[in-house]
Ligand binder design. Structure first.
Ligand code: DX5
Ligand code: ZN
Length: 213
């Protein structure tokens, strides 16, 4: 299991130190939750902060865009060279065009599904993406409870991936902790995002280790 801690739950007044600690603690990616107050009812951080974060982090960024006007934000974040840019299927009219553009710009494209969106909606885009992010909470806030129906969705998605694009990764985001990580692993999840579980712990390395069963 790869682990992508969400800095949404970090102490923003000590963001630089938090990034250093999480990178040293064995995280694989740094998950960046960009919210615009329109697609989701919350605001987080934009380009000025994340370009500083990108300079400080010694591990690759995993950018999750929870925004309307997705095409604008993709242009802002491409020059930071994150490992992944994830865009919500619910927010993009011309998904194939945007995914193709992200890949042509040298960044790995990923698509995100809200809890109510079926894995079937991915059938014709799956060959073009490197990762699918399944939301296991309604996006907008850290610290919410895990929605268990994501397990069935991940299992069905895994079957679809095997027939359409076997190297595509599955990432799950929201309410992930040591008590649900084994069930996520069993249904084929490759990358776990965790915010409050890791940042509210007193030992980041131990918390990350507990998500790699
Ligand atoms: C929710 C964000 C998540 C969030 C995860 O909208 O996309 O990445 O930070 O936080 P936890 O792990 O606390 O649910
Ligand atoms: Zn996220």
């Amino acid at each position: 299991m790869l682990v992508s801690p969400s800095i949404l739950s970090a102490d923003f007044l000590r963001l630089g130190e938090e990034i250093d600690s999480i990178c040293k603690a064995g995280a694989d990616y740094l998950h960046i939750d960009v919210m615009d107050g329109h697609f989701v009812p919350n605001l987080t951080f934009g380009l000025p902060i994340i370009s500083q974060v990108a300079k400080r982090a010694s591990i690759p960024l995993d950018v999750h865009l929870m925004v309307e006007r997705v095409e604008w934000f993709v242009e802002y974040f491409l020059p930071l060279r994150p490992e992944f840019i994830s865009v919500h299927i619910e927010a993009v009219a011309h998904l194939h065009r945007l995914i193709t553009h992200i890949r042509a710009s040298g960044v790995r494209p990923a698509v995100v599904l809200n809890p109510h969106t079926s894995e079937e909606s991915l059938r014709y885009i799956l060959p073009d993406v490197d990762m699918v992010l399944l939301m296991s909470v309604n996006p907008g806030f850290g610290g919410q409870s895990f929605i268990p129906s994501v397990l069935d969705k991940a299992r069905r998605l895994k079957d679809l991936i095997e027939s359409k694009n076997p190297s595509c990764l599955i990432e799950v985001d929201g309410g992930v902790n040591a008590s649900n990580i084994k069930s996520l692993q069993e249904v084929g999840v490759d990358v776990a995002v965790a915010g409050s579980y890791i940042f509210n712990s007193s030992d980041y390395a131990k918390a990350i280790c507990s998500l790699k069963p």
